[in-house]
Structures are given as C-alpha cells and as structure tokens.
Design a protein around this ligand. Sequence first.
Ligand code: FE
Ligand code: FE
Length: 165
Amino acid sequence: MKLNSLRDLYVTELKDLYNGEQLILKALPKMMENASSSDLRNAFQEHLGQTRQQVERLEKIFQQLDESPKGQKCKGLEGIIDEWEDIMDKDAPPAVRDAALISSAQRVEHYEIAGYGTVRTYARRLGFEDQAQLLNETLQEEGATDRKLTDLAESYINEEAKTAR
Ligand code: FE
Ligand code: FE
C-alpha cells in the first residue's frame, strides 16, 4: 500500500495495531498460565476481555473507513513477545517469573500506548471524531493496565522476587 496521505498512514497504523491485538490475544492466555500471583493472573484476565473489545472497536473503524483490517504485520509486538518467550524458557522462581511477566507486559502496553495515541491524534486531524473517541477509549484502557502492572510490581512482586531463591 502506498502512503500518499495522512489517511493512508492512519489506515496502515490501524492495521498494525489490529495485527498487534491478535498477537496479544494469543499471548495473554500463555501469560496467565505462567503467572503465580493471582492478582497478576486476574489483571491479565481482565485485559484479555478488554483486548477483545479493542479488536471490536478497530473492526468498527475499518468498517467506517471501508478498509480491510488485514495486510500489516506488527513486527514490533512480535519481537516483544519473542523476547518474553525467551525469558520464560529460563528457569526462575515464581516471583521472578512474575516480575519478568510484568516487565514484558509493560513493554507491550507502552508500544500500544504510543500507537493508539498516534492514531487517535490522526483521527482528530482527519475529522473522524467518532473514531478518535473509540481509539481514546482503548488508549485509556492500555494506560490503566500499565498503571495496574506498576502497582503490582511495586506493592509486592518485586520485593518477593528480590528475596526469592
Ligand atoms: Fe490492546
Ligand atoms: Fe494492551
């Protein structure tokens, strides 16, 4: 696809986010399996539900734009998830694994926050107010998830990882 305009770039970045959400839908159940803290598992579970809604929001936007959601591979998230899988292959006490899970999940969230912030801003500039609103809802969810992960790490998971052996 040629990038002749901000609209083209908008659609391309939406496709990237769409593919990224698919990768996350696959990764989150595996992250839940690897988590020992029930708070962390619950956080992943909750975000899995949100991610399904985020996919639906994107599908609604593609419909409005009369564009296909397919056609873009999110190599960024693929790489972040690859790195996470490498870490999970190593032997580690449960609390250390939990800390590593949070570290990877926050990388995912930050990537998404950057992506959704950008497309929301493009949507506004392009006059797609409804779409900007939908993208902003997702952006807020990604931000809240990131903050929740920070809270879990700082409240006890990092401390448990520190004393784990
Ligand atoms: Fe997401
Ligand atoms: Fe997310």
